[in-house]
Design a protein around this ligand. Structure first.
Ligand code: ADP
Length: 635
């Protein structure tokens, strides 16, 4: 089917030639029909002209016969003589008209008189002669000899003689008279002619009683109209066909060129399409109003919409993030005004699935074939993955830095703990030594002995804390033992209560009953609580009114959450990351390591430490620790 179509398309250039041939054949047929018509008409005219010529000639002969009769009547009874004849006006008039001679015969056909006297020689050049006769009373006969050739010359109108060869012919096809000296019949081939029998008293001989009944007038067309038309037609046709053939050939050549150009164009378009579609860069063309004129496949994949839905769209675009429409619209206006940064700009787009993507857009002028700018061409690269990797790298660097600081912190703390261990042990030893000495001396003072005992206990506790923190910082692994967090909090607050009273800070404790035990290092968690409450008490120093710290515990999902909230100045917009950074402190004598260690401890327990502004003003520090697996399933 396609082959047939191709064949038809290929032979299309022949169509004008074929149509021209049909046209030429049509013209020829028309010319032929016209010629036939013309010939028909010519024939009709010829017939009517022949009939009218015959009638005119007959009238003429009849007229001459009437003149002769008048003459015969005039001569009746007169003595036949040349003078009588010559004197008669009819004779003279007849001779002036047509008559060659007038002869008066007696009953025995002897010539009595004849005018003119040299009648035989007078009209010898007028060819064959015919005769008219009339009786003259009492017994004579008048014979008029006349030349039919002259009769034709005078009797046939000039226009008819110009158009036709008019001839008088007898039954044997012998020409009796003709309007032309030498008929052109042989030279010009057969020409249309028409013969009408001339009825009337045509007498070949004066004595013959019979007339030439089968004589006829024949009209032959001198100049048939068709003779000139045909060759001209053929010349025109012969000239026209090669011209059309040349024109068709030129059309064919032109068609081939167009076909070649079309194929080249199609191939180029296919190439371009393939290249554009396989490009990893998304492409979009827009007019000055921001209407999308073109998008490639990568662009469609990037925003998750088909080209049919995108092309023709005006801003706002469906891939703009709905929460930043105003900002994107403003940037779009800037870009359409030609002020997009040459080095490209970053944007956030939304895939039709709702997924957000980071893109880098480069705008450049869109120029048509005439070099006129008709819009903007955008090349877009998806940098989401690159962004993600960068972010991960940044986090890694941050974590590395954090770890490096922690390591350093660990080393500092470890050294510190090592250094503190000796004085603490010394305190405990001195305490024990004093107690022993007092016992030897017999001093039984309970107050002193009790104080010395608590001194020893506190020194030992301090030693344990230092050792545990040192252990944690060097091993980074807390001891996981089931512990009751409410108890840990209470113990920590007991240690702080006296200090808080001194500072005028009210400690409020609100522990949820039946908080399940968690797997944790109680000594470390206690340090976290102590640190949070002590920081809160430090912050409350600046406050004049009531100073309050509320510590609470509750179960939230699979976690136990502990909050420490104060009514101090709050965090002033600082985030937990900043506060927990090692060595960050706003206090004159602060080390800036408290929160850093707290966070490390909580995270080492798979927990989270957070800080925020308290709802009624002040700071809210909280940390959550996961319930042990069994507790979590019971909870
Ligand atoms: P330090 O106590 O040595 O300053 P921390 O790491 O414990 O170190 O605390 C860091 C900083 O966090 C403090 O200097 C303080 O500015 C801020 N901070 C901690 N707790 C509070 C709080 N409850 N209210 C306001 N600021 C606080």
């Amino acid at each position: 089917m396609t082959k047939l179509r191709e064949l038809i398309l290929r032979s299309l250039w022949l169509a004008p030639l074929g149509l021209s041939l049909v046209f030429v054949l049509g013209v020829l047929a028309w010319v032929r029909a016209n010629e036939a018509d013309e010939q028909d008409q010519q024939r009709q005219t010829l017939i009517s002209d022949a009939l009218s010529t015959e009638a005119q000639l007959r009238d003429r002969i009849d007229e001459e016969q009437a003149h002769l009769r008048q003459l015969a009547d005039g001569l009746a009874g007169q003595a036949p003589s040349i003078a009588t004849l010559a004197a008669h006006p009819e004779v003279n008039a007849g001779l002036r008209r047509l008559w060659q001679s007038v002869t008066w015969l007696d009953a025995r056909n002897r010539v009595l008189a004849e005018v003119p006297e040299d009648a035989e020689s007078a009209h010898s050049d007028d060819g064959l002669s015919l005769h008219l006769t009339a009786r003259v009373a009492p017994d004579g006969v008048l014979v008029v000899r006349y030349a039919p050739a002259l009769m034709l010359k005078r009797g046939v109108p000039w226009w008819l003689a110009r158009k036709y060869d008019v001839q008088l012919v007898d039954s044997a096809d012998q020409v009796i008279a003709s309007t032309t000296e030498s008929p052109l019949r042989a030279a010009q081939g057969p020409r249309p002619s028409y013969r009408v029998s001339l009825t009337g008293p045509l007498r070949a001989s004066p004595l013959a009683q019979a007339t030439l009944t089968d004589a006829a007038v024949e009209l032959t067309l001198r100049d048939p109209a068709t003779n000139g038309t045909r060759p001209l037609t053929w010349v025109l046709v012969a000239g026209f066909l090669p011209l059309i053939a040349v024109a068709s050939w030129l059309i064919r050549r032109q068609m081939r060129q167009v076909q070649r150009a079309e194929v080249a164009g199609r191939t180029e378009a296919a190439w371009r399409r393939a290249m554009e579609d396989s490009a990893l860069v998304a492409l979009r063309a827009r007019d000055f109003d921001g209407r999308l004129l073109y998008v490639n496949r990568t662009f469609c994949d990037m925003v998750g919409l088909p080209a049919e839905q995108l092309v023709g769209l005006l801003p706002p675009m469906p891939y703009w993030p709905p929460d930043a429409l105003a900002e994107v619209a403003e940037r779009n206006r800037r870009n359409l005004a030609g002020q997009a940064p040459r080095e490209g700009y970053e944007a956030r787009w939304r895939h039709s699935s709702g997924r957000m993507l980071d893109v880098m857009v480069f705008e450049s002028p869109l120029v048509d074939a005439g070099g006129r700018q008709i819009g903007w061409m955008g090349s877009i690269i998806d940098i989401t993955e690159r962004r993600r990797l960068e972010e991960r790298e940044r986090r890694q660097v941050e974590t590395l830095a954090h770890n490096a600081r922690l390591t350093m912190l660990g080393e500092v703390a470890s050294t510190l703990a090592h250094e503190l261990n000796q004085p603490l042990t010394a305190i405990a030893s001195y305490g024990a030594g004093i107690t022993n000495s007092l016992a030897k001396l017999g001093v039984q003072d309970e107050l002193v002995c009790g104080a010395l005992q608590r001194l020893g206990q506190q020194a030992a506790h301090a030693g344990r804390i230092v050792a545990r923190i040192r252990e944690f910082l060097t091993r980074r692994e807390p001891r996981h033992e089931p512990c009751d967090l409410n108890e840990v909090i209470s113990a920590a607050l007991d240690l702080l209560r006296r200090d808080c009273q001194r500072r005028g800070v009210a400690l409020e404790l609100s522990l949820a009953p039946g908080v399940p035990s968690v797997l944790a290092d109680a000594v470390l968690i206690e340090q976290v609580v102590i640190n949070l409450v002590r920081n809160a008490a430090d912050a409350l120093q600046a406050r004049d009114g009531t100073r309050r710290i509320a510590v609470s515990s509750r179960v939230v999902g699979d976690f136990v959450r502990i909050d420490a909230q104060d009514n101090g100045p709050g965090l002033g917009g600082r985030r937990v990351e900043q506060l927990c950074a090692p060595f960050y402190s706003t206090k004159a004598d602060g080390m800036g390591m408290g929160l850093a260690i707290c966070r490390s401890i909580v995270e080492a327990h798979q927990g989270v430490l957070d800080a925020s502004e308290a709802p009624g003003g002040g700071a809210l520090f909280s940390f959550s620790l996961p319930l042990s697996r069994e507790e979590a399933t019971h909870a």
